[in-house]
Design a protein around this ligand. Structure first.
Ligand code: WT7
Length: 677
């Protein structure tokens, strides 16, 4: 985004700041929680700040290394190397070492499928499963350094697939099962993945999502690097509506190759800086960015944050509701909790199947003690009403977490009262695919929480605020009102991204060029008089739809790809449940001229919505599409997104005098008002 656009975004955040300024409720941790907390010594903040490198070394020393490192950190902006010369294996640290220490009988996964099937896997069983799968991958030609794409339902086999790659030194790249064939193919081709692991299908909302069919479609678009497709049989052939797709000699079924493999598969010693995974995230241009994470530093970051932020202990039953298709599932389902030997719940399907109390039934059934979920889910539950959670026994819960987008104080209070029974601390955790691990969060035995604030930087992490012109905001002065600005981080930290796959130039320009010397995450932030952080949303062209990053450009190009569309402008508009949703303004080509409001227009709008869902995935489907003869542009031809946002959110229009044609806005305005009725 240009400086202008950022300035406009920042000023529109002023309203949010105003509301949050009036938020003065404070919830200190209870003495009972503090007494048992993994960390409760406030001196940790100072000691970590005085020696961050030593702080992180202390955590790395708690992992099992095949060979110790020579140098803790080498930092040449923007490239960090951590634990250089050390050799380590992520799968060994998440699985084998627990077995080696006599904890092989501890339950790793309580896996509940949407139809209600429950399977338990101990760490010992996970070791065998992952080893057999590792051997199967080798037998299919996968070698150290090869990329493996994973397109699977949320369940233990998805975690096994990630861990099996890590075990043999292959690089995994999980693509969320809600993405379209085209999105899958784009990600596979960007990294030239050699193998695709998918499943016949996945249960969602009582229906089967036909993953294999979509994967076939992706292969049809063209994925020349893929040699074999390994298909896990989740659905089997019990379901009549289920379509396994066309089976050809590229396909191999899991049941044919995995169970017969030996359960002995050594963990490949990896250099600390060897690539562990690539995970794609949206950027300000249409093309997704392949974020690269390496082994030793990433594992150190997620191990440390899991232990302190989630206060995780051997007798906890932890449940992070994220799918492994997102970074939260990488860091806080697989690598962080498993490096800590946690027992966790995995759930495959929809929170509304078969009833709207599914989450609460799962908590009751398995005695979940720690729940980590997203504000959009919490707002959905608020809308459904309190009767669903209050009909279930949630007394096992002792800690709650939130991630993905700013949590509004109202949703925070509901979570606190209805789910947490007013006794559970809430950790609102700010981080990104790029940061690998949680960066801003309360430590639940140490930090008083405030509804809507992610509170403090994690020890060893340093945040900064920058003004629009890139100057450091002096946080020491005028501290009664607090300070607003653009968030920045002082690099390096161990779990930071190591780059964008195949695009060093973009790595530099996206994160390091705007404010030289600091990592630029793209978020607005306010720091109050207590030093607590209030995240205010993105200041760039990325929307947070149900907590998921979607770029406005990506949706615009999907729309323009439709034969009837001449031009499109996309913005994120506020939405009660999703936080933001996609709103699009579309100019049709001359030969498709349509009267706004007509049946024909409604049909076109429906068609465009499904076109976008088909191109990118259902999560990018626009909520609103406005057909227009023109878009509000400045005289120099730039689309005025601020005005579009005002229109879509029903606000009074600001200054329109710089518009090339002020009538354009009036036309759009009346369409909006008609829609609202
Ligand atoms: C963006 C990163 C972190 C895993 C899930 C999303 C927003 C994330 C919070 C929070 C306010 C948050 C930011 C960030 N975000 N967590 N607790 N409070 N905003 O990862 O897809 O890489 O998105 O999500 O805007 O930049 P992601």
């Amino acid at each position: 985004a240009s400086g202008d656009a950022r300035a406009a975004k920042l000023s529109s955040m002023a309203d949010t700041i105003d509301t949050l300024l009036h938020e003065d409720r404070v919830f200190p941790p209870s003495p009972e929680f503090v007494a048992k907390a993994n960390i409760s010594d406030p001196a940790i903040y100072e000691s970590a700040a005085a020696d961050p490198v030593g702080f992180w070394r202390g955590w790395a020393e708690q992992l099992d290394w095949f060979k110790p490192w020579d140098v803790i950190v080498e930092w040449e902006l923007p490239y960090a190397k951590w634990f250089v010369g050390g050799q380590i294996n992520a799968c060994y640290n998440c699985v084998d070492r627990h077995v080696a220490r006599g904890n092989g009988d501890r339950v790793a996964f309580i896996a509940e499928g949407e139809p209600g099937d429950v399977r338990h896997f101990t760490y010992g069983q996970v070791k065998d499963e992952v080893s057999r799968l590792g051997n199967a991958l080798k037998s299919l030609g996968v070698a150290k350094g090869d990329r493996v794409a994973i397109y699977m339902p949320m369940g233990p086999e998805l975690a096994f697939a990630m861990l099996a790659c890590a075990r043999i030194g292959a690089v995994h790249s999980v693509v969320f099962g809600g993405f379209s064939a085209e999105s899958l193919a784009e990600r596979i081709n960007d990294q030239s993945a050699k193998l695709l692991i998918t499943a016949d299908g996945s249960w969602r909302g009582g229906k089967v999502i036909e993953l294999k069919r979509i994967a076939d479609e992706a292969m049809g678009i063209g994925c020349p690097s893929i040699e074999r497709v390994l298909v896990y049989e989740r659905i089997g052939d019990s379901s009549s509506e289920f379509d396994r797709g066309s089976v050809n000699d590229r396909d191999v079924f899991w049941s044919q190759v995995v169970p017969h493999q030996p359960s002995d598969c050594p963990c490949e010693p990896m250099e600390s800086e060897d690539l562990l995974f690539i995970l794609y995230t949206s950027g300000s241009t249409g093309k997704p960015k392949g974020i690269m994470h390496t082994t030793g530093g990433y594992l150190t970051g997620v191990y440390a944050t899991t232990q302190w932020v989630f206060d995780i202990k051997p007798d906890d039953v932890y449940w992070c509701t994220a799918d492994c298709g997102w970074v939260t599932g990488h860091s806080y389902v697989v690598y962080g909790p498993m490096a800590n030997g946690a027992t966790q719940v995995l759930y495959e399907g929809s929170p509304a199947a078969p009833g709207k109390d599914r989450f609460w039934r799962i908590i009751e059934r398995h005695g979940v003690t720690i729940l980590y979920t997203a504000p959009t889910a919490i707002r959905t539950f608020m809308q459904w009403g309190e009767s669903y959670p209050s009909g279930c026994d949630l007394s096992s819960l002792r800690l709650l977490g939130s991630v993905g987008e700013p949590i509004n104080p109202e949703a925070w209070m509901w979570y606190h009262r209805v789910i947490g029974g007013e006794r559970c601390p809430i950790v609102d955790t700010w981080w990104q695919t790029e940061t690998g691990a949680i960066m801003i969060t309360p430590l639940p035995g140490l930090v008083a929480t405030k509804p809507g604030s992610a509170t403090k930087a994690f020890p060893g992490v340093q945040t900064l605020l920058l003004s629009e012109s890139g100057e450091l905001v002096d946080l020491s002065k005028d501290d009664r009102e607090g300070h607003g600005g653009i968030l920045a981080l002082r690099a390096p930290w161990p779990s930071m991204l190591r780059g964008i796959w195949g695009d060093p130039e973009r790595f530099h320009s996206t994160y390091w060029a705007k404010f030289p010397g600091y990592y630029f995450p793209g978020d607005g932030c306010k720091i109050d008089a207590d030093g607590d952080h209030w995240l205010l949303g993105r200041v760039d062209d990325i929307m947070l739809v149900s907590g998921h990053n979607i770029s406005t450009m990506e949706v615009e190009s999907a729309l323009v790809d439709h034969p009837a569309v001449a031009e499109a402008a996309v913005i994120g508009r506020e939405h009660d449940v999703k936080g933001q949703c996609v709103a699009a303004f579309v100019i049709l080509r001359g030969d498709h001229a349509i009267v706004p409001g007509s049946d024909e227009a409604d049909q076109m709008i429906a068609e465009l919505k499904s076109h976008v869902a088909g191109k990118i995935g259902a999560l990018a489907r626009p909520e609103d599409i406005f057909l227009s003869a023109d878009l509000p542009k400045t005289r120099s031809g730039k689309i005025m997104r601020r005005l579009l946002r005002d229109i879509a959110e029903g606000r009074a229009l600001g200054d329109v005098t710089t518009l090339a044609d002020p009538n354009v806005v009036q036309n759009l305005r009346s369409q909006y008002e008609e829609k609202e009725g």
